[in-house]
Ligand binder design. Structure first.
Ligand code: CA
Length: 705
């Protein structure tokens, strides 16, 4: 081919491509039209909610204002959509041109008409029930991503699945984890320039954290970034891991290291950086993880990566040598703020440890950090070093348990925050709940147990009524409106207990939040005045969204109680109210008058005490095994928060079915696997003796009331 002709062909091809692309821009609507350019300009189409945090900066603020502080009292239920699960609902829906895509527990995906709730399609990835045991914090899912005609979901069992947005049929599926380890996916994928970014969880169970990017068209792995170093006798995957390995001691790789990327993954188009938040090291107690100390990079950190290659750019570690499960995986918001008269590109985060961080996202430098609620493990953060200034009890040095606030639940967990550029406030769902930390006397990691390296019996709720009451009195929740520039609270709404919902703010001067006590509410964004409340019949934890169809504005929230709080914290979880789990999508608009079906009361019958001939030693042994193996799902000291069966009232306490359930995996499809590899028949009998002991204690306590 001679040169002029070649140039002509190139020019023609370019012209054709240009035409085709322009045509696509003009015609593509719905999920097929969602790509980087549309998400970048998401503010031009406030009728949609195109990506997890609505826009790439994940502020969860909408400019829609048909529903406002003037008329929100007329908000009513437009439609609801019942789900076939009674497990926790944490998902944020995506809305594209009148179609809503959302997930429920067990990673199921639904597409519905966003104006009517009429079903379009649904997809069940058929996660094996037994994989549920690997989820520390319920079989939840926090949402899908959409890109060029596909809907992406991370399934609990580690698969990333691309669905056809029109039909819901799988297009491709990849396994993103090694199933020999207890990895789970609960977080929402994000799509950046044709790559689907997904992390995973499992930091409580001995995994090594990483984040991966897959080609959105083919499912091919593009890059993977590990957050903690592996076995140093093998080669390190990246130069930063070689440096990070110098901050570890002992044989950390044998228990995985942790540092999982289980929630926050945020893309910054201005700087072309991807920010990830990493979780705790495993086990929680550094003594058993990295016995000669060290900061244990890159756990409990925010890490900036290049989205094209996964290459490390910078990191900021919030909790060096974490001892408390203070994940830094919580929601990250990007914003431009004027601080001390200077415009700054910042990243805002309120991680579990109780400090609100304002970080320069161009380089990871700490600008400011202040406690956004009561904490007692640190007095502040040293702005020179970026390190917390720890108090004497922080590392639980004594023989007695140290009551540390906040506990592993976090002063704020996965529930998304919202930042309103109109009020300049960040809205944070805050948990006030501590935890008694005591180092385990000896510790050996187990495959089927909680591997914290702390004394889980010492952490349990005492049964002395006075001590119990004193502890429960400290447990609270609140919605805090936080000024990130002044680093101080603007207003707060007190809640009876923790684990309230994610936040949405709008240009209608409104903030929406669901509550753990079973309501969905609207407040004035500037003052916090309560303007509207809807009885949701169930706890509401997920982040709400707003959108419009044919010029009419809707507000949607996924309702349904669950997650780690009612699973693991026992009686503490009752502080928020004893709500049922009724999983459904709730969608509201002005003047709507739909109603929910009448709620069936679910009173537990008061069962009689059972004979228990077990000795105190046996009961004590049963307690130790229960707290290590059972409490994470069935609740602290055998009190269930209502999502999973309360063993104190189990019909199997008096029969051999107890042993079939614990040792033979009879209920495997519901998540109750066989524990026979680690528990003997005698162990199972001891656990039963303890549960019967606790039942009889509870009967006495009820009679005394
Ligand atoms: Ca964690």
């Amino acid at each position: 081919m001679d040169r002029p002709r070649a140039l002509f062909v190139v020019a023609l091809v370019l012209a054709l491509c240009g035409c085709t692309r322009r045509a696509a821009e003009q015609t593509a609507s719905g999920a097929p039209g969602v790509d980087g350019s549309r998400i970048l300009t998401a503010d031009r189409e406030p009728q949609n909610w195109l990506t997890h945090g609505r826009t790439y900066n994940e502020q969860r603020f909408s400019s829609l204002k048909q529903i406002s502080d003037q008329n929100v009292g007329q908000l009513g239920l437009a439609w609801s959509y019942d789900l076939d699960t009674r497990r926790g609902q944490e998902g944020t829906p995506i809305v594209v041109d009148g179609v809503m895509y959302f997930t429920s527990a067990w990673s199921k995906v639904f597409a519905v008409n966003a104006a009517t709730g009429a079903a379009l399609w649904s997809f069940d990835p058929q996660v094996p029930g037994e994989w549920g045991i690997n989820a520390c914090c319920d079989v939840v899912n926090r949402g899908v991503a959409v890109w060029r005609g596909k809907v992406f979901v991370g399934a609990l069992d580690g698969r990333l699945i691309a669905l056809d947005a029109t039909t819901g049929k799988p297009v491709w599926e990849v396994l993103t984890v090694d199933r020999n380890f207890r990895y789970t996916i609960t977080g929402a994928p994000r799509v950046v320039d044709g790559k689907v970014i997904i992390g995973n969880g499992g930091g409580e169970y001995g995994v090594r954290g990483y984040v991966s990017a897959y080609d959105a068209e083919t499912g091919k792995l593009v890059w993977r970034f590990y957050t903690v170093p592996g076995d140093p006798s093998k080669s390190f995957e990246s130069p930063i891991l070689e440096k990070a390995a110098k901050t570890w001691s002992g044989e950390w790789w044998k228990t995985g290291g942790g540092g999982t990327v289980w929630d926050a993954i945020v893309y910054d188009p201005e700087l072309d950086l991807l920010y990830i938040g990493t979780g705790n090291g495993v086990p929680w107690n550094e003594k058993y993880r990295s016995p000669k100390g060290g900061d244990n990079l890159l756990t409990c950190s925010i890490v900036a990566l290049k989205p094209d290659t996964g290459e490390y750019v910078w990191h900021y570690q919030q909790d060096a040598a974490d001892d408390w499960d203070f994940d830094s995986s919580e929601h990250i918001i990007l914003a431009d703020l004027v601080i001390d008269g200077r415009p700054r590109k910042v990243l805002l985060q309120a991680p579990k440890n109780g400090f609100f961080y304002v970080i320069d996202r161009t380089n990871g430098a700490l600008i400011s950090a202040k406690p956004y609620t009561y904490i007692n493990w640190a007095t502040g953060v040293d702005l020179k070093t970026g390190r917390p200034i720890e108090t004497a009890i922080a590392r639980y040095p004594g023989k007695d348990p140290a009551p540390i606030v906040p506990g592993p639940l976090g002063a704020h967990s996965w529930q998304p925050m919202s930042y309103s550029p109109l009020t300049g406030l960040v809205y944070i769902p805050v948990n006030d709940v501590g935890f008694k930390f005591k180092s385990a006397d000896d510790f050996e990691p187990k495959k089927l147990a909680a591997n914290y390296g702390i004394d889980t019996v010492a952490a349990g709720m005492p049964q002395d009524p006075k001590i119990k009451k004193a502890i429960l009195d400290t447990v609270k929740g609140k919605l805090v409106a936080w000024d990130p520039v002044q680093q101080k609270q603007a207003w707060a709404i007190e809640r009876p207990g923790p684990w309230n919902g994610g936040l949405l703010s709008t240009a209608g001067n409104l903030v929406f939040e669901g509550t753990a006590s079973g309501y969905f509410e609207a407040y004035r964004a500037d003052t916090g005045a309560r303007l509207w409340s809807f009885a949701a019949q169930t706890g509401v934890m997920a982040g709400p969204v707003t959108y419009s169809v044919n010029g009419e504005q809707y507000v949607a929230v996924l309702a349904g109680w669950g997650g780690v709080f009612p699973l693991a914290t026992g009686e503490v979880s009752f502080k928020s109210g004893r709500v049922q789990n009724i999983s459904r999508m709730l969608v509201f608009k002005l003047g709507a008058t739909a109603s929910l079906p009448t709620l069936e009361p679910s009173e537990k019958p008061l069962l009689p005490p059972l004979p228990n001939r077990a000795s105190a030693v046996t009961i004590r042994k049963g307690e130790q095994l229960y707290q290590r193996y059972c409490a994470q799902c069935h609740g602290d000291v055998a009190v269930s928060g209502g999502v999973l069966p309360d063993l104190r009232y189990s019909g199997t306490l008096e029969s051999d079915a107890w042993f079939s359930d614990v040792l033979k995996g009879i209920l495997q499809s519901e998540g109750m696997v066989s524990f026979a590899k680690e528990l003997s028949r005698q162990d199972a009998a001891d656990i039963r003796s303890y549960v019967i002991f606790r039942r009889n204690q509870s009967v006495e306590e009820n009679q005394a009331r």
